[in-house]
Write a protein that binds this ligand. Structure first.
Ligand code: HEC
Ligand code: HEC
Ligand code: HEC
Ligand code: HEC
Ligand code: HEC
Ligand code: HEC
Length: 402
């Protein structure tokens, strides 16, 4: 314990958060009470949606005194991946799981050291010692930086929406052009309000050019729906869930790593949390009630699909996310910032191919690629420096077309 604290404190000093002289003095006075750091407080944000340290039980049990109740090694394993323990039949884990209505706790990507920090933070009742105020200030600037990133993501989304509105405006332009032609021709033939004929010709010609352009763009996009953002039956916000409450994408889209489809969660998944969370900050009880109605009437929520590929195209999530180690955001944009999902890429063939030409496969670490002996040799000889998806045949027609 003491050695651990020492390491943690030293790390802080290196970061320059705290004046070292003052700090060594404090260290001498008391080792343990200065263990939890601002970083731990930040990490605990990921637990807050489901756990109180004091007060009412939320989705998961109250964590007060948990370190006395349970063994440290057990807690570390449980917090990192409780479902694995439950599946392996750890008796205590199964018992805790059953006592909590079998609500799975999402696995958390923390190192042992980070979990120890979290446990110390929980032991301390969820308050930081005063000396940490300095460190907190440093974290705050980190947060400001994160906010800056958010602002950038927001700006990007705004741009996307402007483009979408631009596309909607195209249909108004189309109608206006048709009206211009009709009015102009009528005037030419019947009313003779504008005397000069060349004005009519220019108007009609321009309108025809614009109309052809719109038809051309429309035809080449072949019913694609970039920036598609349909209304959904429940106002479900990814910003509230994946953003503010930091719920892992895989908690809801739980097939994404092992199957072709990412899947939309069944309403039972919503109930895991919403049998406790009955009110939201934006829509109050109005939207959450639809979850209960769906369960009562035994009628699934009919979500409108946003991303649609034509039937002749084969696309596999596991291949991209699990094997290829791509991030959801590379294809779906900053979902964490979206109240409502909007389709970011145009899902054209060019979009797939473009990435396959530039993106590397996990060549060194994936045993499957051992069969590409020639490419391995070329890498070794320095003839090539990387292996893209295209190099392994990612632009062959049959790979993507049935
Ligand atoms: C989505 C909700 C959710 C989140 C987020 C969450 N937990 Fe849990 N947690 C649960 C539930 C539910 C249980 C009860 C056990 C079970 O059902 O698997 C639990 C159980 C636990 C337990 C065991 C309690 C006992 O009595 O042994 C600990 C410790 C714990 N959580 C810590 C954490 C920490 C630390 C975090 C943040 C890093 C966290 N949890 C995030 C829902 C959550
Ligand atoms: C390489 C690009 C790519 C990546 C990376 C990717 N997706 Fe997708 N996603 C797609 C495409 C393309 C579709 C449309 C599939 C279709 O219509 O068959 C889609 C569809 C979906 C759908 C709708 C349901 C379905 O499976 O058709 C969900 C939900 C989804 N993705 C979630 C995710 C999540 C969560 C991640 C990250 C863990 C992710 N996606 C990563 C390209 C991607
Ligand atoms: C892992 C826990 C969890 C799951 C699963 C979950 N939610 Fe939520 N949901 C929350 C939390 C936490 C809030 C925010 C409550 C708050 O901030 O007061 C919330 C808020 C909401 C709100 C209100 C939003 C607002 O701001 O007014 C709606 C509607 C909602 N959820 C619908 C759903 C639906 C539908 C599902 C299933 C597809 C679902 N939730 C699954 C935890 C969850
Ligand atoms: C609490 C559950 C929950 C979490 C967490 C969650 N999603 Fe979703 N997701 C849904 C639901 C429900 C829908 C269907 C309604 C909609 O389109 O908004 C959906 C829809 C989607 C779609 C559109 C699917 C389509 O084509 O109709 C994408 C893409 C997506 N999610 C990606 C993500 C990514 C990326 C994350 C993590 C950053 C994530 N989701 C986290 C519940 C969740
Ligand atoms: C953001 C980059 C990206 C986009 C966009 C993308 N892919 Fe991929 N794709 C990859 C990567 C990386 C791999 C290689 C994964 C691996 O390591 O095996 C891959 C592999 C594949 C494979 C397997 C190729 C093989 O030789 O085994 C298919 C099929 C495929 N993608 C289809 C598609 C389709 C269809 C689309 C468009 C709807 C698409 N991809 C869009 C990055 C992308
Ligand atoms: C990386 C995946 C991928 C590869 C490789 C690929 N395609 Fe496609 N292809 C697509 C996608 C995605 C679409 C759907 C585009 C859309 O909806 O506009 C498509 C659409 C098409 C269409 C329908 C017309 C169109 O433009 O939408 C034809 C024809 C076609 N592909 C032929 C081919 C041929 C021939 C090859 C081999 C030279 C090939 N494709 C290789 C992904 C791929």
């Amino acid at each position: 314990m003491i050695i651990n604290n020492f390491v943690r404190i030293n790390a802080l000093m290196i970061k320059g958060y705290i004046f070292s002289g003052l700090f060594s003095l404090l260290m001498l006075i008391s080792m343990s009470s200065f263990a939890q750091t601002a970083q731990d407080e930040k990490n605990f944000q990921q637990c807050k949606a489901c756990h109180n340290i004091d007060g009412a039980k939320l989705i998961g049990p109250n964590l007060k005194g948990i370190s006395e109740k349970r063994d440290e090694a057990w807690l570390i394993k449980f917090i990192q991946n409780s479902q694995e323990m439950i599946q392996n039949g750890d008796e205590l884990a199964v018992q805790v799981y059953n006592e909590n209505n079998k609500i799975p706790m999402p696995s958390q990507n923390f190192t042992d050291e980070e979990v120890r920090g979290l446990l110390l933070y929980i032991e301390g009742g969820g308050v930081l010692p005063e000396s940490e105020a300095v460190a907190q200030a440093a974290v705050d600037t980190e947060e400001q930086q994160a906010n800056k990133l958010n602002v950038a993501a927001d700006a990007e989304l705004l741009l996307v929406k402007m483009k979408r509105d631009g596309m909607r405006n195209m249909s108004y332009v189309f109608i206006i052009m048709v009206i211009l032609i009709v009015v102009s021709l009528f005037d030419l033939a019947v009313f003779h309000i504008v005397k000069a004929r060349w004005i009519h010709y220019i108007i009609v010609l321009t309108a025809i050019v614009v109309i052809s352009e719109i038809i051309f763009v429309d035809a080449t996009s072949l019913g694609r729906q970039q920036y598609y953002q349909p209304d959904q039956p429940v106002w479900f916000s990814h910003k509230v869930h994946a953003g503010q409450n930091q719920i892992d994408c895989r908690y809801c889209h739980f097939t994404v790593d092992r199957s072709m489809s990412a899947g939309i969660p069944p309403v039972e998944t919503c109930l895991n949390c919403h049998n406790q969370v009955k009110e939201g900050p934006i829509t109050g009880t109005k939207e959450i009630e639809k979850i209960y109605a769906s369960i009562e009437n035994n009628k699934p929520i009919e979500w409108v699909k946003v991303y649609n590929l034509p039937d002749h195209v084969y696309f596999n999530h596991a291949q991209h996310v699990n094997v290829g180690k791509l991030d959801c955001a590379q294809c779906h944009g900053e979902v964490k910032e979206m109240d409502e999902i909007i389709q970011i890429p145009d899902l054209s063939m060019g979009w797939c191919i473009e990435c396959h030409r530039t993106e590397d496969v996990q060549f060194a670490t994936n045993k499957f690629y051992d069969q590409y002996k020639e490419l391995h040799q070329k890498l070794k000889d320095g003839e090539i420096s990387n292996v893209t998806v295209q190099n392994i045949g990612g632009d062959e027609c049959a790979k993507c077309h049935y």
